[in-house]
Design a protein around this ligand. Structure first.
Ligand code: C2E
Ligand code: MG
Ligand code: MG
Length: 745
């Protein structure tokens, strides 16, 4: 390269003009460090003389000297940032110089340092491939190195060194940003994110993560505040910028947050990187060294990268919040509740308890008043509980109408919780009373999983509901065992149903005066694979709790209708076939349609079917029951109240229902020998007469009972004395040759 003084804009001599330097950098620029290696002192002197006072690209030159290869090795290992080595090829040995080049690249690991070889005699020029392999910039004879030629060579070398350093800084900076990005992308939560940003900025600026501040403004109206601050600024964490006075960095941060702009110059960096449309976030740092050009472009890359990460984090946080929060009530949801329980167990906190709070009859509130009203009830309840239980108790919504409470035992004690709901809630300014049933569990180390404890407390809640609404029950190992056997029984029942191991038995019902067969009651039977019969009293409640009773009941209804049809065709059928209907089945959607369908599939008229409902069905409420019974009656289907006298029917209410029959429970019939039993049976018979319905007595086992019932005016009867429940083949025999009945008295 040849350069004349005129086009050499890269070179200035400080003493050229003697004028003050208008463009002189305000900040002291570090010099280009040039290492001269030569065993000839004159060469050292001549080189320094030639380059003394020169500014290359605004930076002076500083010399390092080595007079032997050994000395050079020392210097190269010790010194950093060596821009150029001017190296004598021939020193102690003819190859000492070339060996040093290998040392520079491989041992001293100075890849960016430029190397210019110089030799006294021609003929020692290195091979071309050596020049390339060791990245040697130039080769000259010492005689060629005139003042200008030396300047041009040195200038080209430092420019090249500077470019390599810039590229390296870019590459390292970008690698750092890329690594930091993947870490930040995995971060959830504002605080860890802010810490991550500070660490990344510090690494990029080659400073320790001290004296950095990260601030946010979460919504336009909210005051900007310091999220994380390190080093001397650590005391500012959590404060609003307004509280921090008017120091220049407060202003810089406030401006960046407000204007959503980044700014970096000199020693100061403020990067704004809040996600578009989301909160504003900015980080401030004061660098020990002035920023280089490469720093500015890397900071630009960093800030746009941080913005992407912040957006990602905001989305993740929203997803997280959605996954852990109930959208209506804005309280933790089931998942969150389970994790909170696990965390309490993990921390080994003592005396903690959970409560599962179920709102009694909430489904009816929704049905009658509408879902919007139901939502208001939930909101008011959340408010009431949250307000009185305080922030120390976790209040979560764990299902549509159940809340979870987690706190110290005394804080979530059932008495305290129930007392909070003594006063009615206010819905649209009107009082609304709620009663709740509670499942309770004292947390201990028997399980460390929140999920298990939620199961346990649900078992307790179910038991409490079975006991009575508005009550509470504590979880115990005994309850867990019972629940486990119920679950096993249910699984076995499912399997038996699927494998057609259920069948029906039919029990005759007769007219007590004439002994004539008037009906049959279909009763479900389950014979297990090992031939054991499971009593309906055992499996029907389990089927009811699980809802399986709806399908079982449909099957009973269809099968009973088909059997009745067959009996009619044989000419041995009584007037009616009675089928038991559980409360769950009666309330299930489309019940009436399924009754109609069972009749039509079997080709049976409604008058051949009777449905036995319990008092609990009758008491569901006239709004539901009365129209349904009316429609059944319109189809000719008759309705009997089963097990009469064991429930809590309101007589005035019963009177309004279109009923055909009441069945005196067998418990009263069994006690006919005792005066109490007699009185009750007689009262029920009397009541039947008053209501104008037929009366049937269940469980007649003795002739004396038959006679007594008949004298009371009970119309019909059913019991082992007349006939046990029989499977279809046995029933056919029975019907063909009915046993003699005690009609004499
Ligand atoms: P339930 O409807 O009151 O049925 C009468 C029960 O009394 C039957 O018991 C029957 O075997 C029994 N029984 C009849 N006569 C006598 C007697 O003289 N002495 C004695 N000690 N018992 C007698 P089972 O079959 O064990 O049924 C028990 C209960 O299970 C039934 O009471 C009914 O509530 C329910 N159940 C049975 N089958 C069904 C069904 O298909 N659907 C529904 N929802 N419930 C059913
Ligand atoms: Mg019955
Ligand atoms: Mg009964």
């Amino acid at each position: 390269m040849t350069t004349t003084q005129d086009d050499a804009d890269w070179v200035r001599f400080t003493d050229d003009t003697g004028l003050p330097e208008p463009q002189a950098p305000l900040l002291p620029q570090s010099p280009w460090r040039v290492l001269v290696i030569d065993d000839d002192d004159d060469v050292h002197r001549a080189t320094v003389f030639a380059l003394d006072g020169v500014l290359l690209f605004d930076r002076p030159i500083a010399f390092l000297h080595a007079h032997s290869a050994a000395q050079a090795r020392e210097v190269l290992l010790r010194e950093d940032d060596v821009a150029l080595v001017l190296l004598d090829v021939v020193m102690e040995t003819p190859h000492a110089g070339l060996e040093l080049v290998a040392f520079i690249r491989q041992t001293a690991r100075k890849a960016a340092t430029r190397v210019v070889l110089r030799t006294g005699q021609p003929g020692y020029a290195p091979e071309h491939d050596t020049m390339v392999r060791y990245d040697i910039n130039d080769y000259t004879t010492k005689s060629e190195l005139t003042h200008h030629k030396l300047l041009a060579t040195v200038a080209a070398a430092v420019r090249s060194y500077d470019q390599i350093c810039t590229i390296d800084a870019h590459r390292d900076g970008l690698a750092l940003i890329a690594r930091g990005t993947s870490t930040l992308l995995e971060t959830t939560g504002l605080l860890p994110f802010a810490h991550g940003v500070i660490a990344q900025l510090a690494a990029l600026l080659h400073m320790r993560p001290d004296d950095l501040v990260c601030a946010v403004q979460e919504a336009d109206a909210s005051p900007p505040r310091v999220l994380v601050a390190t080093g001397a600024y650590a005391v500012c964490a959590g404060q609003t910028l307004a509280q921090l006075g008017h120091a220049p960095w407060h202003r810089l941060l406030a401006d960046a947050l407000q204007g959503r702009v980044s700014h970096h110059s000199g020693h100061e960096v403020v990067l704004e990187f809040g996600p578009p449309g989301g909160m504003a976030m900015a980080v401030y740092a004061r660098t020990p060294k002035p920023l280089r050009d490469v720093d500015h472009s890397l900071l630009d890359v960093l800030s746009s990268n941080l913005r992407v990460c912040a957006r990602h984090m905001a989305l993740l946080n929203k997803l997280h919040a959605d996954a852990y929060t109930d959208s209506l009530l804005k309280v933790p949801n089931r998942l969150s509740f389970m994790e909170d329980i696990s965390a309490v167990l993990h921390r080994g906190q003592r005396d903690m308890a959970i409560a599962l709070l179920d709102i009694d009859d909430f489904a009816a509130v929704n049905d009658l008043m509408g879902h919007a009203y139901g939502d208001q009830v939930l909101l008011a309840l959340t408010h009431r509980l949250g307000e009185h239980l305080g922030p120390e108790v976790v209040l979560a919504r764990v299902s549509s109408n159940a809340f979870g409470l987690l706190g110290q035992r005394h804080q979530v004690a059932p008495g305290r919780v129930q007392a909070l709901l003594q006063a009615p809630l206010l819905i649209h300014g009107k009082p609304h009373r709620v009663s709740v049933t509670l499942g309770m569990a004292d947390l201990d180390s028997s399980s460390s999983s929140g999920e298990d404890w939620l199961k346990n407390v649900s078992i307790a809640l179910k038991q409490a509901k079975r006991n009575s609404r508005g009550s509470f029950e504590y979880f115990s190992a005994h309850l867990a065992n019972e629940a486990r056997s119920r679950a096993q029984l249910l699984a076995a029942l499912h399997a038996a149903f699927d494998a057609d191991r259920l069948y029906l038995a039919f029990q005759p019902q007769v007219d007590l005066a004439s002994g004539a067969l008037v009906g049959l009651e279909a009763l479900m039977r389950w014979r297990t694979e090992d031939g054991r019969l499971v009593a309906p009293d055992q499996f029907i409640p389990v089927a009811e709790q699980s809802g399986l009773i709806v399908s079982l009941g449909d099957w009973v209804l269809q099968t009973a209708c088909v059997v009745m049809r067959r009996l009619l065709e044989r000419g041995t059928a009584p007037q009616r076939m009675a089928v038991n209907v559980s409360v769950v089945q009666f309330q299930s959607a489309g019940f009436l349609e399924r009754v109609t369908q069972a009749l039509s599939v079997a080709g049976l008229q409604g008058r051949h079917l009777e449905l036995e409902i319990t008092e609990s069905v009758a008491m569901l409420g006239s709004g539901v029951v009365k129209p349904l019974l009316g429609q059944l009656r319109a189809m000719g289907v008759s309705v009997a109240i089963d097990d009469f006298g064991t429930g809590y029917s309101s007589l005035s209410y019963l009177e309004q229902l279109p009923l055909d029959r009441i069945k005196i429970d067998r418990a009263f019939v069994r006690q006919l020998e005792h005066s109490g039993g007699l009185r009750i049976a007689a009262m029920i018979a009397e009541l039947g007469h008053t209501l104008g319905v037929r009366v049937l007595a269940e469980g007649i086992e003795h002739e004396a009972s038959w006679a007594a019932l008949r004298h009371m005016g009970v119309h019909e009867g059913q019991g082992f004395l007349i006939g046990k429940p029989m499977a279809e083949p046995e029933l056919l025999h029975w019907l063909a040759a009915p046993p003699a009945l005690p009609l004499a008295n």
